[in-house]
Write a protein that binds this ligand. Structure first.
Ligand code: FES
Length: 66
């Protein structure tokens, strides 16, 4: 998938890759945590695999920065 920050990952809610990264940066560690912040993937569900991929990628980045 397109992982650039401006790419829309959740078309139902118009959420971008960066919106998911921000939720992770705000403390979310799981799909459920992210959904509590921005509802990603809670409408049609088609984007949940991509959202999970971004969460994993961002958690990896944060770990690498420590
Ligand atoms: S594309 Fe994300 S809930 Fe539909």
């Amino acid at each position: 998938m397109d992982m650039t920050d401006e790419a829309v990952v959740c078309t139902c809610l118009d959420l971008t890759v960066n919106d998911i990264r921000e939720a992770v940066r705000a403390g979310a560690q799981t799909l459920e945590d992210v959904q509590r912040i921005n509802d990603a993937g809670t409408i049609c569900g088609a984007c949940v695999d991509d959202v999970q991929e971004i969460i994993d990628d961002e958690l990896g980045r944060m770990e690498a920065e420590q």
